[in-house]
Ligand binder design. Structure first.
Ligand SMILES: [Zn+2]
Length: 386
């Protein structure tokens, strides 16, 4: 499987998916176990753990890992890891589940996995908010989700015997072992991952292509897990990516695949997390733009780049590629950034996010230097039918 690709985080691609006879006996055992229904985020986490996207995690975090991650951005064994992957339960369930096996179910009650609940523990939500999100304000969507969690955490390994059923983007769903197989088959050794939860405009296209000039392939990996209600819906974004790739990218150099993680909006900490997880999918490089995974004004524009300095070179394994805000410059006659263009702002075609949304909602095409018309048309149609 390696074929010269980067090793997974911690060295081994974790596989917590049971198959065949093992899956049948787990499903049978699950019938008589106490049950815990998972909400959207833990359900997404369960899938990410099962397929190895969260390697080296084999389950939800126990206290030592949880506390070490919150405080030091490392698992208890010292390996970098920036976001808690924790499962909250009521105090009553915590007492009932500790030291036992529990069947994890989806929201409809369908059993998916067996968890060995190693321990149940208290946690400090405010400390997690401060350390992970850099704010205790519940106006931050990640903090609000944290405060809404139940009062205890349970940690322990999981074994998944039934995959969560997905009905959308089936042709673009690939587990880490599948993206790795595609990369190996294409003969790519260096791959740059691009995280997005937004439509791709010229600015993003430019930095993707700058990165692609120096590596073998691009993994365009849009997040389709739980997001805020005001983010552009995933099906619209996917239609935009498909139109953009068909018209402007060499087919043999790009893989479009969905990233089923839930969004936490943790800014800098989430940038590290996104990089580590993409390494598990086989990426050697990862693009970190301005305000990566941020929300409103909680983080400085380049905080998500600066945080990478807190790790020694090579500790993360994956190489971050940092980009500044880019724009079309009429004087340069090309896309550029402050690093490459000496001209004043008047020469730059730049529009605020708010202005672009207004234009699209009114059926007005943004300038072609800002958005590809193929993308703008899809967004206009989506705004009009909303
Ligand atoms: Zn210029």
């Amino acid at each position: 499987m390696s074929e010269g690709l980067i090793a997974p985080h911690g060295g081994t691609l974790i596989d917590r998916l049971a198959e065949g006879g093992e899956a049948e006996s787990l499903a049978e055992a699950a019938r008589s176990l106490p049950r815990l229904a998972l909400g959207a985020r833990p359900l997404s986490d369960l899938e990410m753990i099962a397929v190895g996207a969260f390697s080296p995690l084999e389950g939800f975090m126990t206290r030592r890992d949880y506390e070490s991650v919150v405080k030091d951005m490392r698992l208890a064994n010292g390996l970098p890891w920036s976001l808690p992957v924790a499962l909250s339960v009521s105090r009553e369930d915590a007492g009932r589940f500790e030291g036992k096996q529990v069947a994890l179910t989806d929201e409809g009650g369908q059993a998916l996995a067996v968890m060995e609940v190693e321990e149940a523990f208290e946690y400090d939500k405010r400390a997690e908010a401060r350390n992970v999100y850099r704010t205790e304000e519940d106006a931050h969507p990640g903090v609000a989700a944290l405060y809404a969690q139940a009062e205890m955490l349970i940690g322990g390994k999981v074994r998944v015997f039934r995959r969560q059923r997905h009905e959308d983007f089936l042709e673009h769903r690939r587990d880490p072992k599948e993206t790795r197989a595609v990369f190996a088959e294409k003969g790519w050794r260096t791959i740059v991952g691009f995280q997005t939860r937004n439509p791709v405009h010229r600015a993003h296209e430019y930095i993707q292509k700058c990165a692609l000039e120096t590596v073998d392939g691009l993994l365009l990996h849009p997040l389709v897990g739980a997001t805020k209600d005001d983010d552009v819906p995933a099906p619209v974004r996917m239609a935009c990516y498909e139109a953009l790739l068909a018209a402007y990218y060499p087919a043999g150099r790009v893989l479009l695949s969905v990233f089923p993680a839930a969004m936490r909006y943790a800014g800098p900490r989430e940038a590290i997390f996104h990089a580590i997880v993409r390494k598990n999918y086989g990426c050697s490089h990862f693009i970190v733009g301005r305000d990566h995974a941020g929300v409103r004004s909680y983080y400085g524009t380049y905080d998500a780049q600066h945080i990478f300095r807190e790790f020694a070179p090579g500790e993360l394994g994956i190489t971050p590629m940092f980009f500044e805000n880019s724009f079309f410059c009429r004087a340069c006659g090309s896309m550029a950034t402050a690093k490459t263009c000496p001209h004043p702002d008047d020469d730059h075609v730049s529009l605020s996010g708010t202005r672009v949304r207004q234009m699209l909602a009114q059926g007005e095409m943004p300038p072609p230097e800002f958005s590809r018309p193929e993308v703008a048309r899809i967004l206009i149609a989506a705004y009009r039918s909303a």
